[in-house]
Design a binder for this molecule. Sequence first.
Ligand SMILES: CC(C)=CCC/C(C)=C/CC/C(C)=C/CC/C(C)=C/COP(=O)(O)OP(=O)(O)O
Ligand SMILES: O=P(O)(O)OC[C@@H](O)CO
Ligand SMILES: [Mg+2]
Length: 248
Amino acid sequence: MIGIVENQIKDILKNRKVHLTLIDPDEQSAEDAVKIAKEAIKGGTDGIMLGGSTVDGEQVDKTAKALSESIELPIIIFPGNTSNVSHYADAIFFMSFLNSNNPYWIMEAQALGSISVKKAGIEAIPMGYMVVEPGGTVGWIGDAKLVPRNKPKIPAAYAMSAEYLGMRFFYLEAGSGADKNIPPEMIAYSKKATTDMILVVGGGIRTGETAYEVAKAGADVIVTGTVVEETEDVEAKISEIVNAIRKV
Ligand SMILES: CC(C)=CCC/C(C)=C/CC/C(C)=C/CC/C(C)=C/COP(=O)(O)OP(=O)(O)O
Ligand SMILES: O=P(O)(O)OC[C@@H](O)CO
Ligand SMILES: [Mg+2]
């Protein structure tokens, strides 16, 4: 069933690209996460993703609670593992790590995590997750068979199969803090290969210019996380990125 958050994203996509700000609950206190989220909202972001590849459930829960008390925008869990489920969030990217070598990340974590998702009563958004070189921490933790950067047809085939399996979102991930973002050509292939798939792209996007390229190539949802950790002026940085993708 399609829920409220997914419909909100689809509504925005009728007119323009979507930007999500990723906050890693491991990097700051819940109070500071709220400050960052508020700045990002002033900069024009459309929602907050909460997650990290090495974060514990308690910190996710605390941060989700603080955010839910202070902001109106959707809070979407970006789970690093089964413990990262919180009823204070609005939704969870219910993702399968499609190019992992380990069945745990492809289907077991989902089976184990589904019990908490059901109990929490949050919206599950079905997503195929594909990690491309360099892949960062998540590539290592997720035991990924990293997609070579010059092989755009590989993720395109996975995107097609994910769509045939009923997944509605497909995430091309270069790894948090990557020195290079997903190549535009790769984004274009995955976009062309699918019909209604919502294409999410993240990892290594730090400027309005790259965000524009990624959006122009076919990304529907552009995710930035590390820039927020690196910049002094979160509002200005997010607004640079958001203004750039809105030009597409
Ligand atoms: C659906 C449920 C409940 C679980 C699925 C969990 C899966 C498949 C996870 C995939 C593997 C994984 C570890 C993903 C992490 C995704 C993520 C939150 C990335 C962003 O984190 P980083 O910023 O790379 O983390 P660090 O900053 O900690 O390096
Ligand atoms: O931290 P950055 O490099 O913006 O990456 C965001 C996201 O794709 C990580 O999962
Ligand atoms: Mg991080």
